[in-house]
Ligand binder design. Structure first.
Ligand code: PGA
Length: 251
């Protein structure tokens, strides 16, 4: 059966000290608990190794928010998938809409990043989702299908089985405006169907599909109660233990 996952995406927030404190606080809060989901925190690159060393990584997985589309070499300022893996991180968030729009990451670039992440033993949390105009034009199903096909559908069934999908409607990210639980369920079921049309039904059934976009303590329970919503990718509300813990406990 597929895993439930609650993943925090800290984005470009927290200094190293603040990040380590936040991670330790979460670690402490979960110490005597057995969450009914896997817990992941996506920190800036600079924090990965220190955070991974400061917490119980069997209980809280560490994720990078990006990796390079090159293996190694003369690419000043880039961080490779191998480097991410060497910190103790187990996951990498790829294809976030902020990376697609501000840093012009194309389906082709993301395909390369996914391949490098997998080659280095990282689990990609692959983000997809439509902008408001696409939703209003009724094109959201088409958009997510293209994003999945464009970057993931050349993977072998074995490799595809290692992917986590995060559906994040761009209009809901950081806006306080979430998709309704029914909207999330509808498109998650569609995404699972798209996966089943390419790979086997069991692969689609085992794929964790997370919802992201203004998920918080108030709406998490209803969202994750939907059969095809297997957790969340949380930005703003992952920046304090107080806000993040109730989302983990929504399961
Ligand atoms: P948000 O961000 O929870 O702040 O809307 C989600 C994300 O971008 O992953």
């Amino acid at each position: 059966m597929r895993k439930n996952i609650i993943a925090g995406n800290w984005k470009m927030n927290t200094t190293l000290c603040e990040g380590v404190e936040l991670a330790k606080g979460l670690n402490e809060a979960l110490k005597d608990k057995s969450p009914k989901c896997d817990v992941v925190i996506g920190t800036p690159f600079t924090h990965l190794a220190t955070v991974a060393a400061a917490i119980d990584t069997d209980k809280i997985g560490v994720a990078a928010q990006n990796c390079a589309d090159k293996e190694k070499g003369a690419y000043t300022g880039e961080v490779s998938a191998a480097m991410v893996a060497s910190t103790g991180a187990k996951y990498v968030i790829l294809g976030h809409s902020e990376r697609r729009s501000y840093y012009h990451e194309t389906a082709e670039i993301l395909k390369t990043k996914v391949n490098l992440a997998l080659a280095n033993g990282l689990t990609p949390i692959f983000c997809i989702g439509e902008v408001l105009e696409e939703r209003e034009a009724g094109k959201h199903f088409e958009v997510v299908d293209e994003q999945i096909k464009g970057s993931l559908f050349e993977l072998s069934p074995e490799d595809f089985s290692k992917i986590v999908i995060a559906y994040e409607p761009v209009w809901a990210i950081g806006t306080g405006k979430t998709a309704t639980a029914d909207q999330a369920q509808e498109i998650h079921a569609h995404i699972r169907q798209t996966i089943a049309s390419k790979y086997e039904q069991t692969i689609a059934d085992n794929c964790s599909i997370l919802y992201g976009g203004s998920m918080n303590a108030g709406n998490a329970k209803e969202l994750v109660s939907k059969p095809d919503v297997d957790g969340g990718l949380i930005g703003g509300a992952s920046l304090s233990v107080e806000n993040f813990l109730p989302i983990i406990e929504a399961f």
